[in-house]
Every structure is written in structure tokens, then in C-alpha cells.
Design a protein around this ligand. Structure first.
Ligand code: PGA
Length: 254
């Protein structure tokens, strides 16, 4: 399966900085076709980047959205607005949204259904926190998140869904020295997710669902993480802010 490498810029970069990243990144990456690449800038840079990426293979994604098409939801962005910006992807259920903004599996499920209704592809983030890991609850947490977030989703819709396994304890929060999960731990999580997807849908869906890893992916560890049999790509935060380091990660996805 072709790998998917997505940049999650979080709340970083002005429009000008976003454009200079894309110019530099395009030059380094040229016609690299080994991986699908998605850039998820803040909402404020979507319109400009959608123009910048017009004739390129790099895809555009948003980091969040509301589940309604329009209405009295101050400060929110709807799926139709993302389509208007020519976004192809949206990240949903990121742990920072869950933890800081109290997003529940129930809410994320509503957002997933709305994204699919409007033809958006999505990256669904799941993963356990450190307390859950230390008390041996990782599998239970991951399974519940999958079952709740993917409620009422059918096999055909699963083709549009990428799952990102992001153990919360491995997320850098801007610290470049933060440690990623070991390739063995990450692989174990991915294998478990694939089994849950098989039980929820079928073997074929589970085989064809991309499961990408997120949490301190950087040029130094990308190759080993991406070489694991059940790791189909990466969701990259901190190391995606620099065009050179993100390009190195993309190049590691052979
Ligand atoms: P990180 O972030 O690469 O900075 O750990 C990943 C994410 O939160 O998606």
C-alpha cells in the first residue's frame, strides 16, 4: 500500500510562512511519488495554499471542522467551507481536540459522518494517554475509540478513512527531543487496530485501511517506523514545520 505522510502544523505559521514552506518543500521533493503527501495548515492558510498546490500532487487538509453545514456556531468552520477551500482531507479526533476542547467520541462520530457526506477524506486520530498505558488499558481504549467513532460507518465509507495511531505520551508538544514510541510498540498498536477493523468490517477492509503512526516522527526515526509491516505512513507535527525535515520523512517512506 502506498504510504501517506501528513503534516499537522497545529497552530503554527502565518500565510507567508506557509507559502515559503511549500515553495521550499516542492523544490526538495520534486516528483517524489513514493508517498501521498497531505499538508494540514491552520484554517487561515487554506485558501492561499489551495492555490499554491493547484498543479501539484500534494494534497490539502484541515485540522478540524464542525459537523453542521452552516448556522449559528460562532468560531466554527463547516465541511462545506473546507470543500470551498478545495480541501481533500480533514483530521478529526486529534488528542489535543479531545483533551483541550473536550471532544468526545460521540462528537467525533458526528463529524466523521458529516465529512463523509461531503466527500472529504479523513484522518481519524486515536490513542491512549500515559495513565491508560501504565494501567494496561491501551487495547481497551483504542478499541472503544474505534467502535464509538466509527459507529454507523459502512464498508464503502471506510475507503475514505485513514486511522492515525497517536499514543498521547509520544506526541512531542513541540519538543524536538521527545521520544517516539519504539517501532515495536507502534507496530503492536497498529496490528491491534487492524484486528479491530477486521472484526468490525472484514479482512479486505482491514488490509486496505491505511493506519498511520503519529507521535514524534522525525527524520531520525522515520525509516525504522515506516518499515514496520502495519505502519502505512505518518502524521507529523513538530518535524513537519520545517520543509527539509518533512521532506526527509517523505523520502523515508519507500
Ligand atoms: P508530533 O505531533 O509529531 O509533534 O509529535 C504529532 C501530532 O500530534 O499529530
Amino acid at each position: 500500500m502506498k504510504k501517506l505522510i501528513a503534516a499537522n502544523w497545529k497552530m503554527n505559521k502565518s500565510v507567508e510562512e506557509s507559502v515559503s514552506f511549500i515553495n521550499e518543500f516542492k523544490k526538495i521533493i520534486k516528483n517524489e511519488k513514493n508517498a501521498d503527501v497531505v499538508i494540514c495548515p491552520p484554517f487561515t492558510a487554506l485558501a492561499t495554499l489551495s492555490k499554491e498546490l493547484k498543479n501539484s500532487k500534494i494534497k490539502l487538509g484541515a485540522q478540524n471542522m464542525h459537523f453542521e453545514d452552516a448556522g449559528a456556531f460562532t468560531g466554527e468552520i463547516s465541511p462545506l467551507m473546507l470543500k470551498d477551500m478545495e480541501c481533500e482531507y480533514v483530521i478529526l479526533g486529534h488528542s489535543e481536540r479531545r483533551e483541550i476542547f473536550n471532544e468526545s467520541d460521540f462528537l467525533i462520530n458526528k463529524k466523521i459522518i458529516a465529512a463523509l457526506k461531503h466527500g472529504l477524506k479523513l484522518i481519524l486520530c486515536i490513542g491512549e494517554n500515559i495513565e491508560q498505558k501504565q494501567s494496561g488499558k491501551t487495547n481497551e481504549v483504542i478499541e472503544n475509540q474505534l467502535k464509538n467513532c466509527l459507529k454507523n460507518i459502512d464498508k464503502i465509507q471506510m475507503e475514505k478513512i485513514t486511522i492515525a495511531y497517536e499514543p498521547i505520551w509520544a506526541i512531542s508538544r513541540g519538543n524536538p527531543n521527545h521520544k517516539a514510541a519504539t517501532k515495536e510498540d507502534a507496530e503492536e498498536g497498529h496490528k491491534f487496530i487492524r484486528n479491530v477493523v477486521e472484526n468490525m468490517f472484514d479482512k479486505n477492509i482491514s488490509k486496505n485501511t491505511r493506519i498511520i503512526y503519529g507521535g514524534s516522527v522525525k527524520p531520525e526515526n522515520a525509516k525504522e517506523l515506516l518499515s514496520m509491516p502495519n505502519i502505512d505512513g505518518g502524521l507529523v507535527g513538530n518535524a513537519s514545520l520545517n520543509a527539509k525535515s518533512f521532506a526527509e520523512i517523505v523520502k523515508a517512506a519507500k
